[in-house]
Design a protein around this ligand. Structure first.
Ligand code: PLP
Length: 386
């Protein structure tokens, strides 16, 4: 067979990925040449940009959302003897950081479709030791912020919103981050805007912001005699300017990124039809609640299929389509089981963990790519139906 006769191999579709333009890359080279490469003016600029986005609330940049959650827990004074309530459906970070600061995670179940934590279960899980709640917002619908903050106020609890997936989502017309207690964002390459690695936390006032500055840089405070002191073992979570330079350019492009994600998700909702049917993500109730659409995750009808999830993912992979799993159930990982997690405890979180598949969604995807994903999933599920 000559090269001309070979079948056209469809381009591999990653399930997530960054969108960096040449101007940003040139901007990074400038920062590198400047000699000022770690935290400096670009971090300050990135933080002011994020503050404008968050309705003027103070924002501090860190090296990851993981660091932001750890610092947030420290800021709330969470430590040994305390309990933190969080969803059994979330990323490992949340569990890890609660344990890392010495507190005990207390899991609750989530809604099967929105995947957000069940606030009635949160209320029932509160004990005299409970210090904070960490809800993770999922694509398509936010945790009900009115009900969440009414509950937190009534029970005297701090809230750390894990908003890694929802940069650009709005609650009753306002950006996530513009209201609430502490809100954390991620700028990992799979998120809606990237700084390679990076994160940020939104806090309530300048006192908290100053405390974050200390906690992210060795715990150092400056004394009048120009020496330094450390009173608390701080971490090393300051974002370099190289990363902040990328972050600034990405936040400028965020409206364009969001529009593109929303357009691609509309295509998914129009074209994703399988028999037997999958459970699809929820659609925002109103235009005021526009959503970030960081991921498009479905639930496979496994009980009606002759293949398991990895069989489905392998078949997609064979068609050059990448997929992900978001997420495993936190209470059933080895660390979660150490805090009492056991099978059957949280039926929705466990069913999502078994059946979920994240399909390709990022700004470099074309509508024709989404059509290809939908056709592939429909064909694989039709063949595997029993
Ligand atoms: C990506 C992610 C994180 C962690 O973000 P990093 O910046 O990689 O630390 C936390 N929570 C959720 C829900 C995420 O998707």
């Amino acid at each position: 067979m000559t090269a001309r006769e070979q079948p056209v191999q469809a381009a591999y579709l990653k399930f997530a990925g960054p969108d960096l333009d040449e101007a940003t890359i040139a901007g990074v080279a400038e920062v590198l040449r400047s000699g000022q490469i770690t935290s400096g003016p670009w971090v300050a600029r990135f933080e002011r940009q994020l503050e404008a986005f968050c309705g003027g609330r103070p924002v501090r940049a860190l090296t990851s959302a993981t660091a932001a959650i750890e610092v947030a827990l420290q800021l709330c004074g969470v430590g040994p003897g305390d309990e933190v309530i969080t969803g059994a459906q979330s990323f490992f970070t949340v569990l890890n950081m609660i344990v890392k600061v010495g507190a005990a995670p207390v899991f609750v179940d989530c809604d099967l479709v929105t995947r957000n934590i069940d606030l009635e279960e949160v209320e029932a899980a509160i004990t005299p030791r409970t210090k904070a709640i960490i809800p993770t917002h999922f694509p398509g619908a936010l945790v009900d912020l009115d009900a969440l903050y009414a509950l937190a106020k009534r029970r005297g609890l701090r809230v750390i919103e894990d908003a890694a997936l929802v940069l650009g989502s709005r609650w009753r017309g306002r950006n996530v981050g513009a209201i609430g207690d502490i809100v954390t964002f991620s700028f990992h390459p799979n998120k809606n805007a990237t700084s390679i690695e990076g994160g940020a936390l939104v806090v309530n006032d300048l006192n908290e912001a100053r405390r974050v500055e200390t906690l992210r840089f060795h715990g150092i405070t400056h004394l009048p005699d120009r020496t330094r002191d450390v009173a608390f073992p701080g971490g090393k979570f300051n974002l370099p300017d190289v990363n902040a330079r990328i972050g600034c350019a990405q936040i400028e492009r965020l409206p364009e990124f969001l529009a593109r994600r929303r357009m691609l998700v509309d295509r998914y909702f129009a074209d994703f039809v399988t028999d037997p049917a999958c459970v699809l993500p929820p659609r925002p109730a109103s235009a005021d609640d526009a959503h970030s659409w960081n991921m498009f995750s479905i639930l496979l009808p496994l009980e009606r299929l002759s293949i398991d999830r990895s069989g489905f993912r392998n078949a997609m992979e064979a068609r050059a389509i990448g997929t992900g799993v978001s997420y495993e159930a936190l209470h059933l990982c080895t660390l979660g089981r150490r805090y009492g997690g056991r099978e059957g405890q949280f039926p929705n979180a466990e069913r999502i963990a078994r059946e979920t598949v994240t399909l390709p969604l990022h700004t470099r995807l074309r509508e024709a790519d989404v059509e290809r994903v939908c056709e592939a999933a429909a064909a694989i599920i039709a063949t595997a139906g029993k």
